[in-house]
Design a protein around this ligand. Structure first.
Ligand SMILES: NC(=O)c1ccc[n+]([C@@H]2O[C@H](COP(=O)([O-])OP(=O)(O)OC[C@H]3O[C@@H](n4cnc5c(N)ncnc54)[C@H](O)[C@@H]3O)[C@@H](O)[C@H]2O)c1
Length: 385
């Protein structure tokens, strides 16, 4: 990677083109905007161009999110010589085409999850970035929530011992109303799958991050509401072509076993991304709805005070990323995980390396999603390829 250099300072500057202007467009924009303010050792970024489909909305996003230019022609932007990083924050149906174009143009690439809508697309994307020799980052941002990064450190340091169980759920409730129109997330052509690839992909990634590779699995899924209005308020209906919920039973290569559940039909669960790990030396539990905290039970604690205790994972000098933000216990949020991802990515790029999760992780996650879809159909155990 040869970063662009500023004549006056000789510091590397990475100019970014962001494809997507809405939910993830905004989340990624704040990460690029904040990373140099809070992480003084981060290589410099410039928010060069934001791309969307509607000229008005894209211009509004440019102005609100701090980008230099707005464009509705992503292909022209990706081909520009003054762009170093292409960030793909569009729905899954566009990931493959955009990544292939960015790799062809020699850009470093950030892509939202899940990497692709199909296993075949994911394989093409990995082949393209490898043959182009460009770096790649997959935005499974929950790895960079400080409490999750702390959990990873504790697992790696052996503080949980040999892992027996990984038990994860990612539950939301926004799809409950039958009157909700057929947004892209209900359309397999645009989204690939439903709760499985949208929510399940995140906890599958956390399972691999914290416990290791998944060897085989059984799964089931269901579409509870089979048709929805084509538009808000319309009486015309169209088929929902994705799952509303999925449940996986997994065996890890290291002998641990686990369960993974994803649903958009869990009333009261707004963004309930939670896991529990049980090992020979203790247990860890995490819930994104209380994301600064990690609960830890140690078998070595004194018996009379033994129990789960709660770690507030934002103390200076003690916890991942904490030194760059506020004083002890001043708490972080969802958006900080994106800034941490971009920070690690920029530092890796400047050092000529890369960071995880990358597209290889995305391909492994996709193999699990693919095996889960197969298992759900076959109602039998499937080996993860
Ligand atoms: N990491 C996370 O926590 C997280 C959360 C939500 C979504 N996602 C992922 O982010 C991606 C985007 O989801 P979202 O919620 O931001 O969607 P969204 O509907 O809010 O925004 C999609 C954006 O893509 C743009 N777009 C779509 N097709 C395009 C095209 N052909 N050319 C140019 N722009 C195009 C739209 O204009 C819009 O700006 C998906 O892959 C999704 O799974 C990740």
């Amino acid at each position: 990677m040869k970063p662009r250099e500023k004549a006056t300072t000789q510091q590397p500057v990475y100019r970014v083109a962001l494809l997507g202007t809405k939910f993830m467009g905004k989340a990624h924009s704040q990460a690029y905007r904040n990373v140099n303010m809070y992480f003084s050792d981060a290589p410099k970024v410039e928010q060069a161009v934001i791309c969307g489909r509607s000229p008005e909305e894209t211009e509004q996003a440019r102005e609100a999110f701090g980008w230099q230019e707005a464009s509705t022609d992503w292909k022209a932007v990706v081909a520009r010589d003054d762009i170093d990083i292409v960030d793909v924050s569009t729905p899954g149906n566009m990931h493959c085409e955009m990544v292939l174009a960015a790799a062809e143009a020699g850009k470093q690439i950030v892509c939202e999850k899940p990497l692709a809508n199909t296993l075949q697309e994911a394989e093409r994307m990995v082949a393209a970035v490898e043959s182009a020799g460009v770096r790649h980052l997959l935005m499974h941002n929950y790895r960079r929530v400080p409490a999750v990064a702390l959990a990873k450190r504790m697992v790696d340091d052996g503080r949980i011992g040999k892992i027996y169980h990984f038990r994860a759920r990612y539950l939301q409730d926004w799809a409950l109303s039958p009157g909700l129109e057929l947004v892209w997330r209900f359309d397999a052509k645009l989204a690939g799958s439903g709760a499985l690839g949208d929510l399940g992909a995140h906890v599958i990634d956390l399972g691999r991050y914290l416990c290791g590779e998944v060897a085989e699995l059984a799964a089931t899924s269901e579409t509870f509401i089979k048709q929805r209005p084509v538009e808000a308020g319309s009486s015309e209906m169209a088929d929902v072509t994705v799952d509303d919920a999925a449940a996986l039973c997994v065996r890890f290569a290291n002998g641990a076993i686990g369960t993974i559940e994803a649903s958009r039909f869990a009333p009261g669960r707004k963004n309930h991304n939670t896991f529990e790990i049980n090992g020979s030396k203790g247990s860890l539990t995490f819930d994104l709805e209380n994301l600064n905290n990690l609960k830890f039970y140690s078998v070595d604690d004194q018996p009379d005070t033994q129990g789960f205790h709660e770690i507030i994972a934002c103390s200076l000098g003690k916890h991942p990323y904490a030194d760059n933000w506020w004083f002890d216990g001043h708490l972080l949020g969802y958006e900080h995980s994106f800034t941490h991802m971009i920070y690690d990515w920029l530092r890796a790029l400047a050092a000529g390396g890369s960071t995880h999760p990358d597209f290889h992780d995305g391909l492994r996650n996709q193999r699990i999603l693919d095996a889960a879809a197969r298992a759900s159909q076959s109602r039998s155990w499937e080996v993860v390829g």
